[in-house]
Design a binder for this molecule. Structure first.
Ligand code: AGP
Length: 615
């Protein structure tokens, strides 16, 4: 999705903004642009495609810039109007003296646009953003006060926005404002920043002020002022950002995705840290703020999420129902919001999100809160909007995830669900403590078992090479690994653009089997000793009988499997109920190596954004 950085300070303005945008690049975009205040003039640079094009353009035109004083930059993920130069940000008012960059969607832009055209404004793009430029310029013409102009304008906007505005006649300031889209101010010494997300500024400062909805920030190189919608100054806490700049380095790996896959053992250790270390002690999940007496009686949980987080939620349902005997509904946030749910004050609603900024999930959470539900958020971004809506917050501590394809955040979400399920089971006392002890013991072993998978990926790489030319795949599983099949197929789709479908193995013969032949490989996830093993094996036989090429993902060492499967990928043995944390890893790697082998842009797949801030 779009990204913003504004900078005023002593550093080289152009390269500081370019670096900020580079650090936001992972979010996904199709064009980039920058506006610089230079020698009393605003100069605008825009390019299509990757940031390198903007870098080259600026290098070529560097001599045009005499004394760059401050500037704003943007990467755009097209919503209104195609990815084109004219639609790229920054946008200007008719005279070109005012510039704006914007994240979000202005819902009433058509009405505003018509009014502004009647007033004589000349529109050049198809974007909703350009309306903001004309609107603020119109207000500025009345007062000559940029901050007041932004304040008066945003009152007229409906929808979501994080904006940065500069005006040629007010040379030293950048004005920012937000509603339903994240924005923070980075505080430095002799420099200040304004950005849509932490990575844009983390190389320069660890001190930040998070803007709330309807707040306005004015930054100069020496000053930061935050005001409310009426113009009253607000004293806000300067927070210390929880990230290290190192998190944005590939650390020798070819791609962030591969680095993040390899970080999983440590991420899991981190997630367990302080919560589960002694199998004889109860799981310590003080993050769940509901009273024990309420948790004991809890009989309904709703989990809402999107994409990979939705798959984690599906595993969550399985294990909470299994360990804690509480009925759980899981739904895509984008569907939940249109349903007349039975959510009420005795429902626990769990929102799951890596970014904490997914618009559909935020809307769903707000709806649940309005109905009086207690909202528990599981997120990798304790500094996000979603985290701020939480009544209870479980931060998954996976560290910043740069690759668009979620990997380590998924395993960390799974661990949070295991901890939550065991915690609820312990409070309810509904399951034998010896069983829970075994589960806890095995959970503690998981990082070492993932290390075992990661220590030798040769078989996965060979499998990737062998199958990289196939155009369609089916991944099958049953029970707790059905979400693993869905997630494995999603990973393959999103980074290699190969059509892959996750399917409940038992459903194969109710339709999809008609598609099977030698051109469609079937990957079966089978955990020996588990309740689904034999059945998935039979379903694999059915696929073999239709000439499908077969890949097994299993811990079985049964030699007989060699007669059935073309390739067998191994994971260490684990209890079936915990196996999703292991089985997802070879599938992440398989998707990675297929995409890498096909020469795809692994970390920034086409059309995708890291955090989807529009509904
Ligand atoms: C994951 O690989 C995807 N890029 C995507 O499905 C993602 O999981 C989804 O957009 C939800 O994001 P969130 O976890 O940040 O809410």
């Amino acid at each position: 999705m779009c990204g913003i950085i504004g900078y005023a300070g002593f550093r080289d303005v152009v390269s500081t903004i370019l670096q900020g945008l580079t650090n936001l690049e992972y979010r996904g975009y199709d064009s980039a642009g920058m506006a610089i205040q230079d020698n009393g003039k605003i100069k605008i640079y825009k390019t299509l495609g990757k940031l390198i094009n903007l870098k080259n353009e600026l290098e070529m035109k560097r001599n045009e810039l005499k004394h760059p004083a401050l500037g704003i930059g943007h990467i755009r993920w097209a919503t209104h109007g195609s990815p084109s130069l004219v639609n790229a940000h920054p946008h200007t008012c008719t005279c070109g003296r005012l510039v704006v960059v914007h994240n979000g969607i202005i819902e009433n832009y058509k009405e505003l646009r018509e009014e502004l055209i009647k007033k004589g404004c000349k529109f050049r793009s198809q974007t909703d953003t350009e309306t903001i430029a004309h609107l603020v310029a119109d207000e500025f013409s009345k007062t000559k006060d940029l901050e007041a102009a932004v304040r008066n304008s945003v009152k007229k906007l409906q929808g979501a926005y994080a904006i940065c505005v500069m005006h040629q006649d007010v040379p030293n300031i950048i004005v920012g404002a937000r509603k339903h889209a994240p924005m923070l101010v980075g505080v430095g010494e002799g420099e200040n920043f304004i950005a849509s997300d932490t990575p844009a500024i983390i190389e320069y400062t660890k001190k930040a002020i998070y803007l709330d909805d309807n707040q306005i920030a004015v930054i100069t190189k020496d000053n930061v002022k935050i005001t409310d919608v009426k113009g009253n100054e607000i004293k806000k806490k300067v927070e210390v950002l929880p990230w290290e700049p190192m998190a944005l380095s590939k650390m020798g790996y070819k791609h962030f995705m591969l680095k993040e896959i390899h970080e999983q053992p440590d991420v899991i250790r981190n997630s367990l840290n302080g919560k589960l270390f002694d199998i004889d002690a109860p799981v310590n999940l003080k993050e769940v703020k509901l009273d024990k007496s309420i948790l004991k009686k809890l009989n309904k949980i709703e989990i809402i999420a999107c994409g990979t987080s939705l798959h984690a939620a599906m595993v969550g349902k399985y294990i909470i129902e299994n360990f804690a005997e509480i009925s759980v509904d899981v739904e895509a946030s984008s569907e939940y919001i249109y349903r007349k749910t039975t959510t009420n004050s005795s429902t626990l609603v769990v929102g799951v999100s890596q970014s904490g900024e997914t618009a559909d999930t935020i809307t769903a959470i707000k709806q649940a809160k309005e109905k009086g539900a207690h909202v528990l958020i599981i997120t990798n971004r304790p500094d996000s909007n979603m985290a701020r809506l939480a009544d209870s917050l479980i931060p998954v501590n996976a560290g910043i995830e740069v690759s668009v394809a979620a990997t380590k955040s998924y395993t960390a979400q799974l661990i949070s669900f295991y901890l939550l399920a065991v915690h609820l089971a312990e409070i309810k006392g509904c399951i034998e403590s010896s069983y829970l002890k075994n589960i806890k013991h095995e959970l503690i072993q998981i990082p070492t078992k993932i290390e075992e998978i990661l220590s030798d990926t040769t078989a996965i790489q060979e499998c990737a090479k062998k199958f990289s030319s196939y155009k369609n795949f089916i991944y099958i599983a049953r029970g707790v690994n059905l979400p693993t099949a869905l997630e494995g197929a999603l990973k393959l789709k999103e980074i290699s653009y190969i059509n892959a479908t996750g399917y409940a193995a038992g459903e194969l013969k109710h339709g999809p089997i008609a598609m099977l032949d030698e051109t469609m490989p079937v990957l079966s996830i089978m955990v020996p000793g588990g309740i689904t093993y034999e059945k998935v094996l039979s379903n694999s036989e059915e696929a073999k009988a239709r000439n499908a090429k077969l890949i097994a993902l299993t811990s079985s060492s049964d030699k007989e499997l060699n007669n059935l499967f073309d390739v067998i990928l191994k994971v260490p043995h684990v209890n079936e109920i915990l196996s999703p944390v292991l089985t997802c890893v070879p599938l992440q790697l398989l998707a990675y190596y297929i995409a890498e082998f096909l020469g795809k842009d692994v970390d920034q797949p086409r059309n995708l954004a890291k955090s989807v801030t529009v509904e």
